[in-house]
Design a binder for this molecule. Structure first.
Ligand code: 6GU
Length: 222
């Protein structure tokens, strides 16, 4: 999978070098391209935002600079993801869908967002355009939201996780219940003991206990 991100703060994306994402990139499973929006500015001051038509607070990102950047990046099979708190809420099922895409382009809005004609234009050219939010709170821009999405999506690409079993068992899987609690050595820590059943070696009973715990946690989180 190829993943491009367009931002006025490319440094936000340096964590892509770390951990799972860094390894996935080294293994050739995913290729990241981070692009500075400002380098596509067409005016002398490298300006990327301007005051909103109709008035109101804040600034809006200008369409022409986004057009220059996205014309370079969008290919026939690209999905364009526009980060905005007004978008559709990101979820595990959305991550699963995006994990089978061949090329994702993340457009990181700042200020009050990107001139809506950018969305309209790429939609009218029959690109798949998605406005996505990661939750009901307002961030300073789409960069952190993009990182959240990239991490959730890339770990679902076959080969990225060392142990694919952990995918099948984890929280927020298709059944939508939350995972059971986990314990490791020592068996007693600060007078708190690991549940006996987990030391029993009875894998049938352990599976039952875990399923019950998972349901309990799911309920308690509703
Ligand atoms: Cl995608 N962008 C911004 N600016 N704020 C957000 C968001 C995105 N998702 C949740 N809050």
């Amino acid at each position: 999978m190829k993943i491009d991100a367009v931002t006025i703060f490319p440094e936000y994306f340096s964590p892509l070098k770390l951990s799972l994402l860094g390894k996935a990139q080294e293994a050739g499973l995913v290729e990241f391209g981070i692009h500075d929006l400002r380098s596509y500015a067409t005016n002398v001051h490298n300006q990327v935002d301007d005051t909103p038509y109709g008035g109101g607070a804040g600034m809006v990102m200008m369409p022409e600079v986004w057009g220059q950047a996205l014309d370079k990046l969008m290919e026939i099979d690209s999905d364009l993801i526009i980060l905005t708190p007004a978008g559709k809420r990101f979820s595990q099922s959305m991550a699963a869908k995006f994990s089978t895409a061949s090329h994702l382009v993340f457009a990181c809005g700042r200020y009050e967002g990107i001139d809506d004609r950018v969305r309209q234009y790429y939609q009218s050219k029959n690109f798949r355009v998605h406005e996505v939010s990661i939750g009901d709170y307002v961030l300073g821009g789409g960069e952190v939201a993009s990182l959240v999405m990239i991490e959730a999506i890339t770990r679902l690409i076959p080969g990225v996780l060392g142990n694919p079993e952990s995918l099948a068992q984890e929280s927020h899987n298709e059944q939508d219940y939350l995972e059971y609690p986990n314990f490791t050595k020592p068996a007693t820590w600060r007078d708190i003991s690991v549940p006996e059943i987990l030391l029993s070696g009875n894998h049938g009973e352990i599976a039952k206990w875990r399923a019950a715990q998972a349901v309990e946690r799911g309920k308690s989180n509703l």
